[in-house]
Design a protein around this ligand. Structure first.
Ligand code: UTP
Length: 281
C-alpha cells in the first residue's frame, strides 16, 4: 500500500454564509490574522509530510493560484527592506510542495468536488482538508495524526469531534463500535457502521460529528461515481463513505486539538481571537 503524498483541498464552494465578502473573494482566502485559511490548511498538510497540494477551485477563485506563486513586482519592491520577512512563511510553503489545480464546473456538493479531484490524485490514498475548518494542536497537527493512524489501519480515516446535540443538523454524524488500541485514548477510535448527513437531533445516531479532515482510499472515486444526490440535492461524501463503512473500512478518530468552523461568522471570530492571543504569547 502506498503512503500518502497528496492532499486534496475542495475549495469551489460559494461561501454564501460570508456574503458579501465572498462575492469576489474566495472563502478560502479570507485571512485569520494575516494568513488566508487555505494557507493554514496547506501548512498542516506539509507538516504531515504531504508533497502535492491538489486544489479544486471554481469560477472566481483565481486568487488562490496567485497566492501560491511568486509575485515578482511586489517581491522586487520590498527586497532588502524590513517588510521582506512578511513573505517568509508563504515562500517556505511554495518551496516545500507543488500545487496542482482543477475546476469543479457545477457546485454539486463536496462529494462531487472530491470526485473532480480524481484527475489530480490518481490511484493512491490521499488526505482531504476543508480549509474552512481551521485546526490547531499543541503537538502533531491533525492531518499528521491521521496519516499515522492510516499507516497502521490502512483504511479511510475521518476526523470527528463531540458536538452539542442541538448542532447535529450542521454535520455528518457517525455511529459505530469502539476500537480498543492501547496506543490511543479509550474511545478515540470508532469503527464506523452508520453515518447520517445533517440529521435532526432526534435522528442523530451519536454526538460525534465529522469535521473537515479525511484520509481516503482511491476506491472512494468509484463509489462517488455512483452516488446520487442526497441531502440538499448535493452529492454528499458522507453517503459515499457509508458504503465503505458498511464493509468496515472507515475509522472515526477523535483527534487531539482544536477546530474552528471558519465557514461560519461565529467560528471565524473565535479563531481570530484564539490565534491573536496565541501570537501574543
Ligand atoms: P460548505 O458546506 O461550507 O459550502 O462546503 P460552501 O459553499 O463553501 O459555504 P456556504 O455553506 O455556502 O456558506 C464545505 C467545503 O466543501 C467545498 C467548499 O469549498 C468547502 O471547502 N465545496 C462544497 C466544494 O468544493 N464544492 C461544492 O460543490 C460544495
Amino acid at each position: 500500500m502506498k503512503t500518502i503524498k497528496k492532499c486534496l483541498f475542495p475549495a469551489a464552494g460559494y461561501g454564501t454564509r460570508f456574503l458579501p465578502a465572498t462575492k469576489a473573494i474566495p472563502k478560502e482566502m479570507l485571512p485569520v490574522l494575516t494568513k488566508p485559511l487555505l494557507q493554514y490548511g496547506v501548512e498542516e498538510a506539509i507538516e504531515a509530510n504531504l508533497e502535492t497540494m491538489a486544489i479544486v477551485t471554481g469560477r472566481g477563485k483565481r486568487s488562490i493560484e496567485d497566492h501560491f506563486d511568486i509575485s515578482y513586482e511586489l517581491e522586487h519592491q520590498i527586497r532588502g527592506t524590513s517588510k521582506e520577512n512578511y513573505l517568509t512563511e508563504i515562500r517556505n510553503v511554495i518551496n516545500a510542495c507543488t500545487f496542482s489545480y482543477t475546476r469543479q464546473v457545477e457546485m454539486k456538493g463536496l462529494g462531487d468536488a472530491i470526485l473532480t479531484g480524481e484527475t489530480l490524485i490518481g490511484n493512491e490514498p490521499f488526505g482531504v482538508v476543508l480549509a474552512d475548518d481551521l485546526c490547531d494542536s499543541e503537538n502533531d497537527g491533525v492531518l499528521k495524526q491521521m496519516v499515522k493512524l492510516y499507516e497502521k489501519y490502512k483504511c479511510c480515516i475521518i476526523a470527528v469531534e463531540e458536538i452539542p446535540a442541538k448542532d447535529s443538523n450542521k454535520y455528518g454524524v457517525i455511529a459505530g463500535d469502539t476500537i480498543k488500541d492501547t496506543q490511543y485514548d479509550e474511545g478515540a477510535l470508532v469503527r464506523v457502521n452508520d453515518m447520517v448527513e445533517k440529521p435532526e437531533p432526534k435522528d442523530a445516531p451519536s454526538n460525534l460529528a465529522i469535521i473537515g479532515r479525511y484520509i481516503l482510499t482511491p476506491d472512494i472515486f468509484d463509489i462517488l461515481r455512483e452516488t446520487k444526490p442526497g441531502k440538499g440535492g448535493e452529492i454528499q461524501i458522507t453517503d459515499a463513505l457509508l458504503e465503505m463503512a458498511k464493509i468496515g473500512k472507515v475509522i472515526a478518530y477523535k483527534f487531539d486539538g482544536k477546530r474552528f468552523d471558519c465557514g461560519s461568522v461565529d467560528g471565524f471570530v473565535e479563531a481570530t481571537n484564539y490565534f491573536y492571543k496565541k501570537s501574543a504569547r
